[in-house]
Ligand binder design. Structure first.
Ligand SMILES: CC(=O)N[C@H]1[C@@H](OP(=O)(O)OP(=O)(O)OC[C@H]2O[C@@H](n3ccc(=O)[nH]c3=O)[C@H](O)[C@@H]2O)O[C@H](CO)[C@@H](O)[C@@H]1O
Ligand SMILES: C=C(OP(=O)(O)O)C(=O)O
Length: 430
């Protein structure tokens, strides 16, 4: 298994181009199942999760093409891809494919809407909690679907004539359930209202894609989405938004190491709550015409508390990276993880760098220190993995991060981007 080796201590200086967002690209790819016309996605990141979802979609009969470079485009630009679901030949998403990735379960919405049936394995994804699918199933039942669980599969059937619009109030905000019900409702008969929906920028990206495909959706970007079902959707060309989690990760990396980094293409409004907190730690953040500049002011890192929340709150996907930063602060800080009940697996690994962290239920207490020491560590899940990389960049001496396949799921050309800014980082194969 590949590992990453780092020698910490170098400042980060230079430009980093932010890639397309994994968590937007995946549901956008899934939206292609809703139409028999081609959906063209631009700025798709080259990630293991994208490849895995390609396999799943191909199994349903989707033709996928990657386009070549365009005039004026540099090599750092994301992929331009066409997804063409002219004929859905199989409405089963098998365990072998779905178990690796949470988002693959979301195909259940479009399959049910367009083919009136779906058989989808219960999902996998990062091991950060129990991650049930009850909200999906409640919502799909409200749209008229009959649902059975059989041999680890969710077997869903739409009523004769297809799904029917309904008023669904989510008891809890769920990104995945919002994506899935939103997609399903576009082809349902009548009006669907999704109340207490997620309003993450990735949901907006998907909703705007669906509108470009002919869907009728109002309330985009708010907690209440209203969808007027239509008979069919058509093709469209849509850009994947820049990855706000990658943006926040590199911002925290620069805060830890010191230096001056321009995060090109970053959309600060997509992670304002995280940037507000980062600013309070003593990092200078400047919005420029082509991105976000991050500079450490050279006065150490102030301890600041954070609590994760659905958007527009502080993202749980930046919690591990922020914890890494706080291990180097000049005081004691607290982080409360409110989204996932088991998202502190990085704590034990950060301790190997000498970090002083204790956890009591949802609450982590971090007693900062000025210097971490390099260590052998084990990547446990996607964002935890990258928190170990950024801790290693700031630590004294050598760090080896083992089991890095998680990183490849969600960070495009990570070593390349960091080494271009002065980091001493390499991948060790095997
Ligand atoms: C591919 C993708 O976009 N993944 C993101 C998505 O995951 P994902 O869509 O899985 O996360 P959700 O927003 O659904 O989960 C939020 C909370 O709701 C719970 N829940 C969810 C569904 C359900 O049926 N029942 C239930 O109880 C979950 O266990 C969790 O405690 O949003 C998370 C929260 O921002 C992010 O950390 C993930 O990176
Ligand atoms: C938790 C994540 O991914 P997934 O939902 O695919 O497990 C993530 O992107 O941080």
């Amino acid at each position: 298994m590949d590992r990453i080796r780092l020698i910490g201590g170098n400042e980060l200086n230079g430009d980093i181009t932010i890639s397309g967002a994994k968590n937007a690209a995946l549901p956008l790819m899934i939206a292609s199942l809703l139409t028999d016309e081609p959906l063209v996605l631009q700025n798709v990141p080259r990630l293991a999760d994208v490849k895995q979802l390609e396999r799943i979609l191909e199994n349903h009969g989707v033709d996928i093409a990657v386009h070549g470079r365009r005039r004026g485009e540099d090599e750092g630009v994301g992929q331009r891809m066409t997804f063409h679901a002219a004929d859905i030949v199989d409405t089963t998403a098998p365990y072998e494919l779905v178990s690796k990735m949470r988002a693959s379960f979301w195909v259940i919405g479009p399959l049910l809407a367009r083919c009136h049936e779906a058989r989808v394995s219960l999902p996998g994804g990062c091991a950060i909690g129990t991650r049930p699918v009850d909200l999906f199933l409640i919502g799909l039942k409200e749209l008229g679907a009959e649902i059975d669980i059989d041999d680890g599969y969710v077997v869903a059937k739409a009523p004769k004539g297809g799904l029917v619009g309904a008023h669904i109030k989510f008891p809890k905000v769920s990104v995945g359930a919002t994506h899935t019900l939103l997609m399903a409702a576009t082809l349902a008969r009548g009006t669907t209202i999704l109340e207490n929906a997620a309003q993450e920028p990735e949901i907006t990206n998907v909703a705007e894609c669906l509108v470009a495909m002919g869907a009728k959706i109002s309330g985009i970007g708010t907690r209440t989405l209203t969808i007027e079902g239509v008979d069919r959707l058509h093709g469209a060309t849509v850009d994947v938004i820049p990855d706000r989690i990658e943006t926040g990760t590199f911002a925290m990396a620069a805060a830890m190491t010191g230096g001056n980094v321009l995060l090109k293409g970053a959309r600060p409004e997509h992670l304002q709550s995280a940037l507000d907190i980062l600013g309070r730690t003593g990092v200078n953040l400047t919005v420029e015409a082509n991105g976000l500049r991050v500079q450490r002011n050279g006065q150490g890192i102030t301890a600041v508390d954070a609590e994760t929340d659905p958007f527009p709150g502080f993202p749980t996907d930046l919690q591990a990276q922020f914890m890494a930063l706080m291990t180097m602060s000049s005081g004691t800080s607290h982080i409360r993880e409110t989204i996932f009940e088991n998202r502190y697996m990085h704590v034990a690994e950060l301790a190997r760098f000498g970090a002083d962290i204790s956890v009591d239920g949802q609450l982590a207490t971090i007693r900062g220190k000025s210097q971490l020491r390099g260590a052998q560590v084990m990547a446990t899940d996607l964002r935890a993995s990258v928190s170990l990389v950024i801790a290693g960049l700031a630590a004294k001496g050598e760090t080896v991060v083992n089991r890095i396949y998680h990183l490849d799921r969600g960070f495009e050309r990570l070593e390349e981007k960091l080494s271009a800014c002065g980091a001493e980082i390499e991948r060790l194969a095997g």
